[in-house]
Design a protein around this ligand. Sequence first.
Ligand code: SAM
Length: 385
Amino acid sequence: IRAVREGETEVLVPVHLEDVSFPPSQAPVFYNPAMELNRDISVAATAAFVKELSARRNMALSDITYVDALSASGIRGLRIANETGIHATLNDWSEDAYQLIRQNIGHLGLEDRVEATRRNANVLLHENRYNIVDIDPFGTPAPFLAAAARSAVHLLEVTATDTAPLCGAHLHSGIRKYSAVPFNNEYHSEMGVRILLGKITRELSVNDRAMSPLLSHATRHYVRTYLKIDKGAKRTDSMLEQLGYIAHCPSCGSRQAFSGIALFIPKECTRCSSERILAGPLWLGSLHQPEFCNMVLNEIENRNLGTKEQARKLIELCRDELDVPMFYDQHIICKRIGVSPSEIEGFLTALRDRGFAASRTHFSGTSFKTDADIGKIEDILFSLR
Ligand code: SAM
């Protein structure tokens, strides 16, 4: 056991597992230092959400309940409890993890606000309701989504590290886990976010519950999303209207979104008549709420976070991202049409000067979003030569 400090919290974790055990999922208790950015943003996003929730509902912070259903060392939930002031339940079915969590609660003196449980996460979530449910598993969150969708009353936070199935690189695994068909091309990272959100949407709708994404990001090898939960059949029906499909033409790069679940989608590209590929059902709605991103940025500024700079940059990009599916990659378009790429800001200005909305994205440095279609984008790239 050794102590590590993340944010304002010192947590006991197993000895340098990076050295003694690889992959870390084989270690007796899991701890991945590379997820500090994910946890820093979780602390800031949860703090922003609970401030608003406690003010709106007139609730004391310590009455707001959070569960980290798959806790391992407990570091995520311990940080949330310690750094935001809410109540936390830290669950893991492994005896080693459970004992370490208990030790950590004592180490931080959080016995009055933090509880350790040793249950199957799905049983715990089916039996209890929490204001905030956090699912941070090895790989896919899919086996936990039905229970999480019943348990979460106000906020659902989900990590997925199975990016290959989500993004279409492992197609059949993606179809099995997410009951949807992804495809793998230049915007595979956004594909992963939208396939995951589509699956969560369908799990929530079974319970007449709706979600609206407050913040979602694809970072390195994982996707993380924060979803505000509402109940009611009407809200659920309007959420479902934001499910649909993307038809993509691999030949000319044009893409078209179709809302709805049971649809006829013509295979022929409307621009060049080549055969298009289809992905879905997936989430076509927004990925972020700019006001919420501003609240998270405010928390990041006022906190002691190890990844502050990186977190700030990422959330600013999310806030300013045009909220339409799917991003374009300038280099890929330029390669296809045989022109050299332009400096991204100059190119975005050229799009805006011609009356289109345009932004960078958090997905990659060469990507952008715009409401211009591929033909207009190509015209502008030719004009910048
Ligand atoms: N949230 C942790 C963090 O931020 O460091 C990492 C959690 S780790 C990726 C996943 C944990 O889930 C493991 O400790 C494993 O024992 C636990 N686990 C897997 N399936 C479970 C289940 N069905 N019920 C309870 N715990 C489970």
